[in-house]
Design a protein around this ligand. Structure first.
Ligand code: F0G
Length: 456
């Protein structure tokens, strides 16, 4: 892959931007953090942003927009119908995905809700390499079964397989055979967020497409991190090393009948998303529902300026220098963890590093929430906020107990990551003293957002 710096000559992968506008960080004392933890019931979602020093809660909507994106905002056409911003947005999405129907929505889950409301009937089964939590919740809300079929290699957090995000093709075939007429679509999440931000190979997508063709079932992509997945394909899959990220992404989309997209990730926008479809009739039904809840089809719950930011972000996210820096940042953070003796999911994912709290805190059983305990400790010690991806989030059905440290796009520099590494090392030193937790209050859905905990 061509590199304007003169290939991989330099060891240091620099941030491929300079900083034009800065935002101060909020420093706090250990006493202030302890009081904040008690106030929010040890649920880091309850913290106020100014109580967090380095916020690795999510890479969603937290990216820094570029000067070109800010400039594009001024071109936003806020006409209710027929906005020029929609024309530019739709052209960008269609050019990338090949889908003629581009339906803007305020964020990814709105695309999911509309799509599943129109396609999933009670008792239907939707297989996925691994559903993201909102995808699962939206399918279940419509009475469907959200079936996770991760590749067996994903079960071992320590194996170095290149494409642990793959779907298990054997189980997918069995699912399609056993549920004739009950599978409205097969979903592939690129990259596979819930099992560590792991990529899915082009060969796996192609094979899933062949199965879908054989059983007459459409294939959908949850493309929130399609660009990161494309970079991994270039780095790791035979036959792709000479391709550009855009070429790889275009091929990826070519196998799909539809796409749900959270533009808060790989469109580097602070809000936005889309549903892109090939099928005319389904698109018509989805647009009708869109008008009911999101807005007119040329803005779909977004301002014209948001559509502009997404269109520009979709171009920038595919720049090789950006992706090289992006993927290297996660690797660098993972290395800091390993140096401190802290196990992570291997290899590091595209958007995040997943600390293996189950391995790190063997004295805390899953029903005492080891990953919640570790997330709380990272905040207590250093003001670093990550997110539990374990028995709290998956309500007892978790395969692993992980803490995700997600990297916002273009926001933190290498020294911020060095600091996080130091905090992780400090927490690791006193790992056997870290307390377990119990839930004292929880809501019926998506409990990780609002549950309250108490240390044991
Ligand atoms: N699909 C995947 C793979 C996601 O990671 C997310 C969001 C969504 C769909 C939903 O998109 O937030 O725009 O409604 N993930 C965020 C995260 C929240 O932190 O991983 P949304």
């Amino acid at each position: 892959m061509g590199n304007p710096l003169g290939s991989e000559r330099w060891r240091t992968v620099i941030e491929p931007f300079r900083i034009k506008s800065v935002e101060p960080l909020a420093f706090s004392t250990p006493e202030e953090r302890e009081a904040a933890l008690e106030r929010v019931g040890y649920n880091l979602f309850g913290l106020k942003a100014h109580e967090v020093l380095i916020d690795l809660l999510t890479d969603s909507g937290t990216g820094a927009m570029s000067s070109e994106q800010w400039a594009a905002l001024m071109r936003g056409d806020e006409s209710y119908a027929g906005s020029e911003s929609y024309e530019r947005f739709a052209a960008e999405v269609e050019g990338l995905t090949g889908m003629p129907h581009v339906i803007p929505v305020h964020q990814g889950r709105a695309a999911e809700r509309i799509l599943f409301a129109e396609t999933v009937r009670r008792g239907d089964v939707v297989p996925n390499n691994t559903h993201f939590d909102t995808t699962r919740a939206n399918i279940e809300f419509d009475g469907g079964v959200a079936l996770d079929l991760p590749d067996p290699s994903a079960a071992d957090t320590q194996s170095e397989d290149a494409f642990k995000g793959n779907i298990d093709l054997q189980r997918l075939e069995a699912c399609l055979r056993e549920n004739p007429g009950r599978v409205p679509m097969v979903f592939l999440t690129v990259t596979n967020n819930s099992i560590g931000g792991q990529p899915i190979s082009m060969a796996n997508v192609r094979a899933a497409r062949e199965l879908c063709d054989r059983f007459g079932v459409p294939l959908f992509l949850d493309a929130a991190r399609f660009a990161e997945n494309s970079w991994f394909v270039i780095q790791r899959e035979d036959g792709y090393s000479d391709k550009t990220p855009r070429e790889v992404a275009t091929e990826l989309f070519s196998y799909a009948d539809g796409v749900t997209m959270s533009a808060k990730k790989d469109a580097i926008a602070n809000i936005g998303g889309f549903l892109a479809l090939k099928d005319d009739e389904l698109a018509q039904r989805c647009r009708a529902l869109l008008i009911l809840t999101e807005g007119f089809p040329t803005y779909g719950g977004l301002a014209g300026r948001d559509l502009e930011a997404v269109a520009q972000g979709l171009r920038e996210v595919l720049e090789p220098e950006y992706l090289r820096y992006r993927i290297r940042s996660a690797e660098y953070l993972a290395r800091c963890c390993w140096d401190a003796g802290v196990p992570t999911v291997r290899p590091p994912g595209g958007h995040a590093v997943y600390l293996d709290a189950g391995e790190m805190l063997p004295h805390i059983p899953p029903d005492r929430f080891p990953a919640q305990a570790l997330a709380v400790e990272l905040y207590r010690v250093g003001g670093v906020r990550g997110v539990e991806v374990g028995s709290v989030m998956f309500a007892g059905a978790a395969q692993h107990e992980l803490v995700r440290l997600a990297l916002p796009r273009r926001v933190y520099t290498q020294s911020h990551v060095d600091y996080v590494g130091e905090v992780i090392a400090a927490v690791a030193k006193k790992r056997s003293d870290i307390p377990a937790y119990r839930i004292v209050e929880e809501p019926p859905f998506l409990r990780h957002f609002t549950a309250r905990f108490a240390p044991i």
